[in-house]
Design a protein around this ligand. Structure first.
Ligand code: 5U1
Length: 671
């Protein structure tokens, strides 16, 4: 059947529009049309392809939804081998690499490298002929990989067709396919809900998703790609002289490259880049395991060549691994401030994520059951940044004989009171409240902590000794402690005792918000304490407030309101508060400091990476100006502050017409 010219023209229009909107949405995070308009165009194209099957082409955006299931992956021989990278693990090794480069090039001059994070994903080679994606292959052994084209076509950030000027006849683009952390968490939640095994880490999830014989499954997995190199090229009119220019050339044709890509000259700048990326590592939306440096000049790359599959012109500086294997030597129960019984795995110490780890939380009985962690098991543990180390998975093949499933006891291991699991909660709780010494200790530790009353020098160990020796029962007792009592504690000299008594006395002068936070009311964190303090201005008013009055405050929902009312109703708590006040705990009247501030009462959302301020600094300063800092964008949001790489929150703000400002504006506000 001949296809009418107007249909052909419309098909081309739809391809161009959908590709453009797709690129804007996924690659630039800056959509120009609503989701419904996009869906309408997509539907129109699908209908055309159904009416005129000859219209269906490899580069049609409809191919992104996946196709017929395969029974195996074909092999693909790479025309140019996919190289791997040599690694260095510290500064000294990096400096030696740089020296080798200079020696080979017979120069003393500082070298310019293109630098970018090393993504923890899977290497892929995309082959475009006349601008159309015709093949996507895994690295395999570097010479022969697997044909995963149908699966890769479903990845929105991979262009099915290159756009722009001077597109070469053949272009191979190499890069990494990965799963962002948020997508990984959501996928694992879904796996658990559906009774399926969760993935161990985003890398495994990405690999598992890409190696699906049914591409419809891949289409539903949150995969992304950044490109970092080139393979075969034929028929290019203007080959750039540098890797950096080459990357920006393919970016113009629609390939996504890392936003962290930078040129760095000389060893010092390289080391600074490593540090800078290391600091950002936990805040990035995806896992990385190092930084890659490549000599930028392509002629120099050619001169340097490669040895056994690894180029002499590139190196990966690896960060400490965030996952390691170790053995569970014991499982103990910790009792927290709210009585929660938390099982903790005592581990054979292992170096992971840059520190030695000997404990990992097992969260609750459901988690233990799900992972079936037992004493004696070999486990993979993960520690990323400041996150508490956790057991990701057990290694069943290494399980010794005679291990037993672990069951959390039904009595509190500290005070022998009954522990119960409240319906709807995952944790078991000791029912003894402050009669349980463990809960008492935790309540006092919380009271003294930096964000609460900030008692300098009153560490956890001292609190534990004080409770164990019956010197204190509750936070108010701290103010009666004498130098003599403290000096009699283990490893406490007279001078330290005197300093501690002074610190306790100094801490009496506090702020209302800090005082409220220090009481340890369930689910009243710092931000809620600050809202309560600003709203009520004095303790009496807050203690008299009922749940209806409390839920009117922005941060406070019905559960928190109920917790607050219940806390103040308890005579034991009233008595401790009276004794704290009698001991001289005092704060200035809470000022509505921000009355004059234009941000007073405004709801602000921070998103993306801020360069000048840390998230918590920015939040702190905005709160001080009377603003509320919310975690998600809604129609009640007044401003969104968008840092670098802002994603879905920015998109939502734009959709809802919320004013978006940059970090420079935020800094102006603060000043
Ligand atoms: N970011 C980045 N990752 N990565 C991996 N660049 C990079 N380059 C690689 C590999 C294997 O190989 C080059 C030699 C192209």
């Amino acid at each position: 059947m001949t296809i009418p010219a107007n249909i052909l023209q419309r098909k081309d229009e739809l391809h161009n529009l959908i590709n453009k909107y797709n690129y804007l949405y996924y690659a630039t995070d800056n959509p120009e049309v609503t989701d419904s308009e996009y869906d309408r165009l997509f539907g129109e194209l699908s209908q055309l392809e159904e009416d005129y099957p000859e219209l269906l082409s490899l580069d049609s955006p409809t191919q992104r939804v996946g196709g017929q299931a395969l029974d195996k992956f074909d092999q693909v021989t790479h025309v140019m081998p996919m190289l791997s990278l040599d690694n260095v693990f510290d500064e000294v090794e990096f400096i030696a690499f740089d020296k080798r480069v200079k020696d080979w090039l017979n120069t003393d001059s500082s070298q310019t490298y293109i630098a970018e994070p090393k993504l923890d994903g899977l290497a892929i080679s995309l082959r475009y002929e006349k601008g159309v994606l015709i093949q996507a292959a895994t690295r395999g052994d570097g010479s022969v990989g697997e044909d995963v084209t149908v699966n890769v076509r479903t990845i929105s950030t991979v262009p099915l067709k290159l756009t722009g000027e001077d597109i070469p006849d053949v272009l191979e683009v190499r890069g990494e396919i990965f799963m962002p952390k948020a997508g990984f968490e959501a996928l694992n939640q879904k796996q658990i809900t559906e009774g399926k095994k969760p993935f161990v880490n985003p890398r495994n999830a990405a690999a598992g998703s890409l190696r699906q014989l049914d591409s419809k499954i891949t289409a539903n997995r949150p995969l992304e790609m950044y490109c970092y190199g080139l393979g075969e090229i034929q028929g290019i009119s203007n080959m750039p002289e540098t890797h950096f220019a080459a990357m920006h050339m393919i970016e113009k044709w629609g390939c996504r490259i890392s936003p962290e890509l930078e040129l760095v000259t000389g060893v010092e700048a390289c080391l600074a880049y490593i540090e800078q990326v290391g600091e950002k590592r936990d805040g990035l939306a995806y896992d990385i395991d190092g930084v890659v440096f490549k000599v930028d000049n392509l002629l120099l790359q050619q001169r340097l060549g490669f040895v056994s599959r690894a180029p002499r012109w590139a190196i990966a500086h690896k960060f400490p691994a965030q996952q390691e294997m170790t053995i569970v030597e014991d499982i103990e129960i910790q009792v927290g401030r709210t009585g929660a019984l938390t099982p903790v795995a005592r581990l054979k110490p292992v170096f992971v994520g840059g520190v030695t780890v000997s404990n990992a939380t097992l969260h609750n009985q459901d988690e233990i059951n799900r992972k079936d962690v037992r004493v004696g098991d070999t486990v993979i543990i993960r520690r990323a940044g400041d996150v508490i180390p956790e057991v990701v998975q057990i290694v069943l093949s290494k399980r010794p004989d005679n291990t037993q499933p672990f069951i959390i006891p039904s009595l509190c291991p500290i005070c022998d009171s009954v522990a119960e699991r409240i319906e709807g909660e995952a944790v078991m709780r000791c029912t003894a409240g402050l009669y349980c010494p463990a809960q008492r200790k935790e309540a006092i530790k919380h009271f003294a902590s930096r964000k609460a009353m900030d008692i300098d020098g009153l560490g956890d160990k001292i609190v534990e000794q004080l409770v164990d020796e019956d010197l204190i029962d509750d936070p108010a007792d701290l103010f009666r402690l004498t130098i003599e009592q403290l000096a009699a504690l283990e490893r406490m000299g007279n001078k330290s005792a005197e300093n501690l008594v002074n610190a306790i006395q100094t801490a009496k002068q506090t702020k209302f918000a800090r005082f409220l936070y220090s009481l340890g009311i369930r689910e009243v964190g710092e931000a809620t304490a600050r809202s309560l303090a600003l709203h009520f201005q004095n303790l009496d008013a807050l203690m008299k407030a009922d749940e209806t009055a409390l839920v009117e405050i922005e941060d406070v929902g019905p559960v928190v309101a109920h917790n607050i009312v219940t806390f103040f109703e308890q005579s034991h708590n009233q008595e401790v508060i009276d004794r704290l006040l009698a001991a001289g705990v005092i704060w200035p009247i809470e000022q509505q400091t921000s009355i004059d501030s234009a941000l007073n009462g405004k709801t602000i959302v921070l998103t993306g990476t801020l360069e000048e301020l840390s998230r918590s600094e920015a939040k702190e300063k905005l709160l001080a100006l009377g603003a509320k800092v919310a975690g998600s964008v809604s129609k009640n949001t007044d401003y969104v502050v968008a840092g670098r790489d802002a994603g879905s929150k920015l998109t939502k703000a734009e959709k809802l017409g919320v004013t978006v400002v940059d970090e420079a504006t935020l800094i102006e506000w603060i000043h």
